[in-house]
Write a protein that binds this ligand. Structure first.
Ligand code: 5AD
Ligand code: SF4
Length: 447
């Protein structure tokens, strides 16, 4: 039996899909490259913004004709979108082609559900929030065939923050940390299989360990332990919450050579009034103080952020404050999002929702201010030598290779025969663009 997985959404979902794939393979199923060739199609969905939901629903809709042509086809919808009871109901009523609907708590049960459905033909729906069974992250992933040198590992699940715009706490549940020894064993096992870069995943990695206070673990201690694993050369993590990012963590990161010099610290808004309405738990001043601390402790750090435009009630004055803030913060890059009303969240009920026209305009204005800053930050690296981990042949130009700096910047350089994906190499940076850098293998052996 062949399976095909279509994934929408964030790295957490990408990782879950990888784990589903590992589970299915261990149950004897084989992957295939297109939905047409599959006996089982799994759609792993996202609901963080309406656009993600629309894309997933569009894809699920397009499977109707496949199911009509091949009634034995099994279609399963899992992930964040189906965890919402109103959406699960829509899927149930309007998308008859879907045989299995599971939420984020039942992902590890998918292989069992697929077998049950194949024998009975009875629709299966499981969107119960459970905290008492095997989580999908506890399954040891197979190293990814395309990127055998890089792996993602969940360290905690869920979120307790309830930022007023965000659906995640509703669909991923309360915060729970994985056992530290299990994480360390899993990463050691990945390292033994050739993984060199590990990306630690959690909705809020800084709160790692808070739900098991007697054990005495926090994120800094976990990083220290992972830093000792032989074979692992780089450690990345996402996502940090600025409120929980503290000096102990910044100092730990500064002292650990394998932890990358990249801080993704989503600020969401540069206006204190909106930060309060968003329930973020910090002020712009507190954020800027932490930024200064990071830059003082790790002067070569790249700092990136997320910003939402068009939050309910955002005035022109509020928005101008955000523009002023990003000029002050001088982020290396900003991921910009148009506010999307998510039903069930506090912000969805707030007055003065902003029109699509203004939201789009503000997005353009934000990018127009940030792009020259991103370019200037990248230009500061011209003339330096950066250690990069090779990703492989460049997508856009086959005579070039690309890789990433410790700060997570993409560097393109002429192909070199002896180099392969996962290798570390010193590159002299010769030119900068807004989104990437270019350079050549450094001849300077002292660097
Ligand atoms: N609308 C727009 N952007 C959102 N994000 C989260 N929820 C919403 C929403 N309702 C953004 C935040 C977060 C990123 C992953 O997605 O900026 O950091
Ligand atoms: Fe959503 Fe806020 Fe939790 Fe991030 S910290 S997942 S934005 S609720």
């Amino acid at each position: 039996m062949y399976y095909y997985i279509k994934t929408f959404g964030c790295q957490m979902n990408e990782n879950d899909s990888g784990l589903i794939s590992t589970l299915l393979k261990s149950n004897g199923y084989l992957p295939c490259a297109t939905p047409d060739a599959a006996d089982i199609i799994i759609v792993n969905t996202c609901c963080v913004r309406q656009s993600a939901e629309n894309r997933a629903l569009g894809f699920i809709g397009s499977l109707k004709s496949l199911k009509e042509a091949r009634p034995e086809l099994i279609i399963a919808v899992c992930g964040c979108m189906s965890q919402q009871s109103d959406t699960a109901e829509i899927l149930q009523k309007k998308y008859r082609q879907v045989g299995i609907i599971t939420g984020t708590f039942a992902t590890a049960l998918l292989p069992q559900y697929i077998e049950d459905y194949a024998t009975t033909g009875q629709r299966i729906i499981d969107i119960e929030a459970r905290y008492d069974h095997k989580e999908i992250g506890n399954i040891c992933p197979e190293p990814n065939e395309q990127q055998a040198y890089r792996a993602q590992v969940n360290i905690n699940f869920g979120c307790n923050n309830f930022c007023s715009y965000c659906i995640v706490p509703y669909v991923r549940g309360r915060e729970r940390s994985r056992d530290p020894q299990e994480i360390i064993n899993q990463i050691s096992c990945l390292a033994a299989c050739g993984v060199k870069e590990v990306q630690l995943l959690g909705q809020n990695v800084n709160s790692y360990g808070k739900d098991m206070p007697e054990a005495g673990w926090d994120f800094a201690r976990l990083l220290e332990q992972i830093n000792q694993i032989t074979g692992i050369e780089r450690i990345r993590y996402m996502t940090s919450h600025p409120r929980d990012f503290n000096r102990r963590l910044a100092e730990t990161i500064a002292a650990l050579p394998k932890v990358c010099r990249h801080f993704h610290l989503p600020v969401q808004s540069g206006c204190d009034r909106l930060l309060t309405l968003m329930n973020r738990g910090y002020t712009t001043k507190a954020y800027l103080d932490k930024l200064a601390m990071i830059r003082q402790l790790t002067p070569d750090a790249a700092v990136t952020s997320d910003i939402i435009v068009g939050f309910p009630g955002e005035t022109e004055e509020d928005f101008q404050q955000t523009l002023g803030f990003i000029q002050q913060a001088r982020f290396d890059a900003v991921y910009t999002f148009i506010y999307s009303q998510r039903s069930g969240t506090k912000a969805a009920e707030m007055p003065h929702q902003i029109s699509a026209e203004i939201k789009n305009l503000r997005l353009q204005q934000l990018m127009a201010v940030q792009n020259p800053i991103s370019l200037a930050r990248n230009e500061e690296l011209v003339g330096t030598v950066q250690e990069i981990m090779v990703d492989g042949i460049s997508k856009n130009n086959t005579v070039m290779m690309s890789g990433r700096t410790s700060g997570n910047k993409i560097v393109v350089f002429p192909k070199s025969e002896g180099l392969k994906a996962g290798d570390l190499v010193k590159i002299s940076i010769t030119a900068a663009g807004t989104w990437n850098l270019s350079g050549a293998i450094s001849e300077n052996i002292d660097s």
